[in-house]
Write a protein that binds this ligand. Structure first.
Ligand code: MTE
Ligand code: LUZ
Ligand code: MOS
Length: 764
């Protein structure tokens, strides 16, 4: 079999040798010009004028473009048209692109662009810089969303105990290693070829056409691979695509726009930070009886993908738990900052983290192990409904956590840690187990579709093209495995080609972790059609029934006769049998009412759990993870090596979000001060747990997914909730019995120290 086996990433050797071609590595066509963006230096203002003449006089400058130059609409908003490509009338955030310089080389373009402050005249307006301030003013990018089940108010009033709290979690920068880039090449007869580092080539095609006033068929978008996307290139590659396309089409010259890291931070948005206010009712055993929660996301200046992000946050507040009475209110706050967007988990982490913090507090106040309270609240088998009305039919969390408790030695270690803490006054250890349930499918039904093309050439070699994009996650490898498996040939005989809007049309973003689910099925459909045609031919040649023909090991067999796949293909060509096919897939059974926030948005759930052990220094506030045990559900894995890599990567990335990656905007000017790796710290190899034990929970998906596998990209990002709660556990050991430390996220050294000191302070 070619599926269910560990195979190296299709480009692993190229990644390591440096031969893998990223957009900036594509050989530049003669006459290529370079673009740079001039940015707003104010968070909010009225745009009065731009001294274009001064910019044009700068060395090397070929053209200066502003909002007025777009023949179509100056807008690249993905769902709501509220996202100007270049500022028009209003300056909405510090870092907003206002004009584009096109110059003979990148350095000169950037030098001219850096005159932005000098050439942009504006009248300053009062900025709104925090989600709380926007919420207080009722300033939103979208109408509020409400999801409820049961009677939260009544259940709160009658519950034996009540917890009221406020909390917040910060945003997170995607920090893809390859920054945003687009390279546009004019083609004959008003056409354009755009190489773009994007998770969503079809949307780039549409938005470019829209901005130029062209038809989609005039624009071809290609992406061989990205150096990471993590959601940051789902919608926000569009601004760069549109500027490069406008410049190329106007000047009839190839134009490349590659921005540097600081500008990437200042221009693009990231994971939404969330503020929460909750009121929770619970009983003596820790059962959550009622929850009324406000979730306020910091959206920045425009809607972007904030609506589906909030919808997913609301759909993940329950995480693993049966909550009989809930009233959830989602507010999408509009602020004068970068427009926040998709980031691995897409609101899911922000929703689920709230209930995990709540359950931890409930357990501490009752003097119970948080693990016990978690288990008591788990969805039961088969029949419980989520607050949005989907039945949780495939729940495997109880056996999964039981196994992890066993293999991680949770209970013995809990006792060891208590003993350690009792004799260690400064260094303290903490332990936590947290579960994950993550819904798989786009929460917008129509996006759950994909197409593929499979070509079998006369020598028996195979090329597969599909609508998904490769960002390092190994999608092309998985899809090639599916095709090789279907045709019974070696993986080496299947090659995946670059994503291209001229090959597969109207694709969805490679997002919501659905890449291999959707494109794997579409490619299987295409390969299967070819296989059926070949089986019919084999039956004719060998004598027998087509249903009895078997493909495997590079052979096509019928009874005791066999013919090599390559030989059969050569014969098929001569017999004029079609050797290529398209394929299509649409996820069945989904429905979603987005006004009521009810339905069945997910094809299935992916589950997992993690135990983290941490050590903190109560004098410096420093913390480190000393051991992490993970048991994660990927169904029947298509490729265990790739899946374990995804789980490990997501764990460390989520850990970075919750422990070290801190975004700071200047409270008056709205300048993002943490706009470079010098001030914004992501985890390094050195931060990854020295003892890191990742296991896959190997059980077939109950849903009819591609070879019964499950999506893996995003769900494991929620596993390191265990790290944050283990830090809280360590802090709690410094306080009185049943204390409930107030720890903010990210739990930086400062945050840990503040939490420790708050426990020491005498009660007021
Ligand atoms: N893995 C790598 N190496 N690089 C990435 O950019 N993006 C993540 C995840 N894993 C990402 C990654 C995100 S946000 C998603 S939605 C999925 O991969 C998308 O790919 P898939 O659907 O094929 O899993
Ligand atoms: N929904 C979702 C979406 O669950 N994940 C996504 O990435 C997404 N993107 C666009 C629209 N809806
Ligand atoms: Mo992933 S946030 O859905 O690109």
């Amino acid at each position: 079999p070619q599926v269910g086996v560990s195979r190296a990433h299709e480009s692993a050797a190229l990644h390591v040798s440096g031969e893998a071609v990223y957009t900036d590595d594509i050989a530049e066509a003669q006459g290529t010009l370079h673009a740079a963006l001039g940015l707003s230096s104010v968070a909010h203002g009225r745009l009065l004028s731009i001294d274009v003449e001064l910019l044009k006089q700068q060395p090397g400058v070929v053209a200066v473009l502003t909002a007025a130059d777009f023949p179509g609409e100056n807008n690249c908003g993905p769902l709501v048209h509220d996202d100007p490509i270049l500022a028009e009338g209003e300056l909405r955030y510090l870092g907003q692109p206002v004009f584009a310089i096109i110059a003979s080389d990148r350095e000169l373009a950037r030098r001219a662009a850096s005159l932005a402050k000098q050439v942009i005249r504006f009248e300053a307006l009062e900025p709104v810089l925090t989600a709380k301030a926007a919420h207080a003013k009722g300033q939103y990018v979208l109408p509020p969303m409400h999801m409820s089940r049961g009677d939260a108010q009544a259940a709160l009033a009658s519950a034996p105990h009540r917890l009221d709290g406020e909390w917040a979690v910060g945003g997170q920068e995607q920090f893809y290693l390859e920054g945003q880039i687009s390279y546009a090449l004019p083609q004959e007869n008003k056409g354009l070829l755009l190489h773009c580092s994007t998770q969503h080539p079809s949307e780039m095609q549409q938005l470019v056409a829209h901005a130029l006033g062209w038809s989609a068929a005039q624009v071809q978008v290609q992406c061989r691979r990205m150096g990471g996307g993590f959601g940051g290139k789902e919608s926000q590659s569009a601004l760069f695509a549109c500027v490069a396309a406008l410049a190329a089409s106007r000047l009839r010259r190839p134009v490349k726009l590659r921005i540097d890291r600081d500008d990437d931070f200042l221009i693009t948005g990231r994971r939404h930070g969330f503020d929460y206010r909750w009121s929770v009712g619970y009983d003596d055993e820790g059962h959550i009886l009622a929850a009324e929660v406000d979730l306020i996301s910091n959206c920045g200046h425009s809607a972007d993908l904030s609506a589906p992000v909030m919808a997913r946050a609301l759909c993940h507040f329950d995480n693993a738990y049966w909550l009989p009475n809930v009233a959830l209110h989602g507010y999408c706050a509009k602020t004068n900052t970068q427009s926040n967007t998709a980031f691995r988990g897409f609101g899911g982490p922000q929703g689920a983290l709230a209930i995990e913090m709540i359950i931890d507090s409930v357990a501490r106040r009752l003097g119970l192990d948080p693990l016990l309270v978690r288990q008591r609240n788990f969805y039961r088998d088969g029949h419980d409904l989520t607050p949005y009305g989907q039945r949780v039919e495939d729940n495997i969390l109880q056996p999964l956590t039981d196994r992890l408790i066993e293999t991680s030695g949770y209970h013995a270690r809990r006792a060891d840690i208590a003993a350690f803490n009792a004799q260690s006054p400064v260094l303290k250890k903490g332990l936590a187990l947290t579960p994950v349930k993550f819904g798989i499918s786009f929460n917008v039904v129509h996006l759950n579709q994909a197409g593929a093309l499979v070509h079998v050439y006369t020598d028996g070699s195979v090329l597969v093209n599909h609508g998904g994009t490769e960002m390092g996650q190994g999608l092309n490898t998985k899809v090639a495995q599916v095709v090789a498996h279907e045709l019974g040939i070696a993986l080496e005989d299947v090659r995946a080609s670059a994503t291209d809007t001229h090959k597969v049309a109207n694709t969805s973003a490679t997002a919501a972790s659905t890449g291999s689910d959707l494109n794997g099925k579409a490619a299987q459909d295409a390969a299967r059609q070819i296989r059926l045609r070949l089986a019919a031919l084999a039956a004719r040649l060998l004598g027998g029934a087509a249903e009895d023909v078997r493909f495997g090991g590079g052979l096509v067999q019928l009874g005791d006769q066999a013919i090599a796949f390559k030989e059969l293909v050569a014969k098929a060509y001569l017999e004029r049998v079609q050797l290529w096919s398209d394929g299509f897939y649409a996820t069945p059974g989904l429905h979603w009412d987005r006004t009521k926030l009810q339905g069945k948005p997910f094809f299935y759930y992916a589950y997992g759990a993690a135990v983290a052990e941490v050590l903190i220094d109560t004098l410096s506030g420093e913390s480190r993870v000393t051991r992490a045990d993970v048991l994660h559900d990927v169904g029947q894995s298509l490729n265990p090596a790739l899946d374990i890599g995804q789980v490990e990567g997501a764990f460390v990335q989520g850990m970075g979000w919750l422990t070290m990656e801190e975004l700071v905007w200047h409270p008056k000017t709205g300048m993002l001060s943490t706009h470079a790796p010098s001030t914004y710290k992501i985890p390094t190899a050195n931060d990854s747990p020295p003892d890191f034990r990742v296991q896959l929970f190997d059980q077939p998906n109950r849903a009819d997914s591609i070879h019964r596998s499950k999506a893996v990209g995003e769900p494991p990002l929620l596993l390191p909730f265990s790290v944050l709660l283990a830090i809280k556990d360590a802090i709690a050991s410094t306080g009185a019995e049943r204390c409930d430390p107030l720890l903010r996220a990210p739990a930086t050294a400062e945050a840990v120290l503040d939490a420790v000191e708050a426990l020491r302070a005498p009660a007021s």
